[in-house]
Write a protein that binds this ligand. Structure first.
Ligand code: ARG
Length: 335
């Protein structure tokens, strides 16, 4: 029997106007991070039904595994498959060809910007063994985001380069954008104790910060299938007191959602989940409210995680600006 793939055109918005911009500083080389260096995979979650999270995006690194990473794997007795070493971050499809992810997935530890060709994005994936990463055409980083500072506004807008042919159509059939909460009048604003869902392919083992040995026991070879976990929105003070510490001295602000960290259960996002969607129910649909950003360790009881709030009116405005103002062919910071 022959299977015919539904022919759905990968509709793309008209290309945005290029703007005159100062040339980018050259990306630092030789600064490749292991996929699970400080993020996480979902802890305490369950497998997401194939097709149930059509807005989920995977951001991969195109940099080959380094000798140092191979050596670390060997020391831990871990052998990682290709799909494991190239996985980097999650993301959320918000319109055809447009993806929101975490800024830190494109920013190195010294706040330098990655080159466009160091990353690619896969749409419509559930099992990482079978993804088809597509080229990225432009990236806008939220202007004031700093990895070395308070890590606020950890948001990047990514434009995917369409590839002609059947692969494109098959992917488009499985990928569906998600609407952002606050983009329609009448949306109920995100509130304390709201139930939210976070999805990703990140690390699944609870562990303290920097506990690499624990990762050896639960290495990055867990299910390649997408996982989801239900969390509750917490007061920002929880994140300030239990996670952010000095980084939050100036307050966390409207740009941050604090979630999870229940006293009695180990549920959290983790390395590799970064940039992935946090969603909530609004009426009869699921809408995007945040992106996985950071935490200290993963799945430690009583310790919540931090998420970039994309429902903040200032962020919604930035996203619209970035769609029209981000220059093609590069990774740019955009105010
Ligand atoms: N920074 C991580 C990443 O790159 C996400 C960490 C989330 N951590 C947490 N405990 N919630 O994937």
């Amino acid at each position: 029997m022959k299977l015919f793939l539904p022919v759905i055109l990968f509709a793309l918005a008209a290309p945005a106007q290029a703007q005159d911009q100062a040339p980018l500083p050259a990306p630092p080389s030789g600064d490749v991070e292991p996929a699970g260096d400080d993020g996480g995979r979902i802890v305490g979650g369950t497998i997401a039904l194939p097709g149930s999270v059509p807005w989920q995006v995977q951001i991969v690194t195109t940099n080959p595994i380094t000798a140092a990473e191979l050596e670390q794997d060997r020391a831990l007795g871990v052998t990682r498959q290709n799909w494991e070493t190239r996985h980097l971050c999650g993301g959320a499809l918000i319109a055809p060809g447009w993806v929101l992810t975490a800024a830190h997935c494109f920013v190195d530890k010294r706040d330098g910007l990655r080159a466009l060709n160091e990353r690619a994005a896969a749409l419509g994936a559930q099992d990482l063994r079978f993804t088809t990463p597509m080229r990225i055409e432009r990236v806008a980083i939220f202007g004031s985001y700093s990895r070395s500072g308070n890590k606020k506004n950890d948001v990047a807008l990514v434009r995917i380069e369409p590839i002609p042919g059947q692969t494109n159509q098959a992917i488009a059939a499985r990928a569906q954008p998600i609407r952002i909460l606050g983009s329609r009048p009448g949306d109920r604003a995100l509130a304390l104790l709201d139930k939210v869902t976070v999805t990703g392919w990140g690390i699944t083992g609870a562990h303290e910060d920097g506990d690499v040995r624990d990762l050896a026991k639960r290495p990055l070879r867990q299910s390649p299938e997408l996982l989801e976990v239900g969390l509750q929105v917490k007061p920002q003070a929880d994140c300030r007191d239990k996670v952010a510490g000095a980084a939050a001295r100036g307050g966390l602000g409207a740009g941050v959602i604090c979630a999870g960290g229940a006293a009695n259960e180990s549920k959290d996002s983790c390395s590799g989940d970064s940039g992935g969607p946090m969603t909530r129910v609004q009426g009869r649909e699921r809408v995007l409210v945040g992106l996985v950003s950071w935490g200290v360790g993963c799945g430690i009881k009583g310790r919540p995680g931090l998420y970039a709030n994309v429902t903040d009116p200032a962020m919604l405005k930035w996203i619209e600006r970035a769609k029209t103002n981000a220059p093609p062919g590069q990774v740019t910071r955009l105010r």
